[in-house]
Ligand binder design. Structure first.
Ligand code: 6GU
Length: 247
């Protein structure tokens, strides 16, 4: 899988993703990361890539020409029309389902804006998807692109090892992770929950499931509403005084 990032700050993309699990996947050749500097495509004498907005107003707008030529350079290299994702707070909010789906693509191009935005005409010409990473405003699209590349990559076969893969499971069921503990058994008078030392696998599994249910109910009621509950889950939650409607 090949990621292309159109950006004014290629070093930021490379340094952010060349470490840890994404870095290992790049080294192994499972994914490739190409940060392409939009400024390299300007035809302006002073290397400018932005100008004042027509109609007035604050800030600067990225010009169409360098963005378009940068895109054409990438399209020409891969010889097909890729998904082009424009990182914008005005896009559809990114989620795990989108990460899983995008992991099926062979090439993805990310377009990172800066300043007050990008000339609408080039967006109309090249962008296939508008995506946001949440309801807050960032200074540019680089961090959002890095977030998406990380989340997509870990759904590409071979990027995670078996142990790392298991960790994703819970989000698919719309439940949050149960708490984890490691040695020592006692840390500053705080003990590890007894059941985890019992060696009784069914009890441990039940306890973990119950912890996930309670955590999700308390911190993410929106997720909890979509979680699939079985009879044992419903019994446990009712014992905790939580009202559950039978379907
Ligand atoms: Cl994709 N871009 C910017 N600039 N801010 C954001 C965002 C994207 N997603 C959330 N905030």
């Amino acid at each position: 899988m090949n990621f292309y990032v159109m950006t004014l700050f290629p070093d930021m993309i490379i340094s952010g993703l060349n470490t840890s699990i994404t870095g290992r996947a790049i080294d192994k050749g499972i994914i490739s990361l190409n940060a392409v500097n939009i400024r390299d495509f300007t035809i302006d004498r002073h290397n400018h890539v932005d100008d004042y907005p027509y109609g007035g107003g604050a800030g600067m707008v990225m010009q169409a020409q360098p963005v378009y030529d940068c895109y054409k350079y990438i399209e020409n290299k891969i010889k097909k029309k890729p998904r082009v994702i424009f990182m914008t707070p005005a896009g559809k909010t990114f989620n795990q389902e989108m990460a899983v789906n995008l992991a099926q693509e062979e090439n993805i191009v990310f377009l990172c804006g800066h300043y007050e935005g990008i000339d609408e005409r080039v967006l109309e010409m090249i962008v296939t998807d508008n995506v946001s990473i949440g309801d807050y405003v960032l200074t540019g699209g680089e961090l959002p692109a890095m977030v998406m590349i990380d989340a997509i990559s870990r759904n590409v076969k071979g990027v995670l090892n078996n142990e790392e893969s298991a960790v994703t499971e819970s989000f698919y069921q719309n439940l949050l992770e149960y708490p984890q503990y490691t040695r020592p058994e006692t840390f500053m008078d705080k003990k590890v929950p007894e059941v985890l030392l019992s060696g009784h696998h069914a009890n441990i599994e039940r306890w973990r499931r119950n912890q996930s249910l309670l955590k999700t109910y308390n911190v993410r009621p929106d997720l909890f509403e979509r979680a699939k509950l079985d009879k044992k889950d419903i019994k446990f939650l009712r014992e905790q005084g939580i009202k559950i409607n039978d379907k």
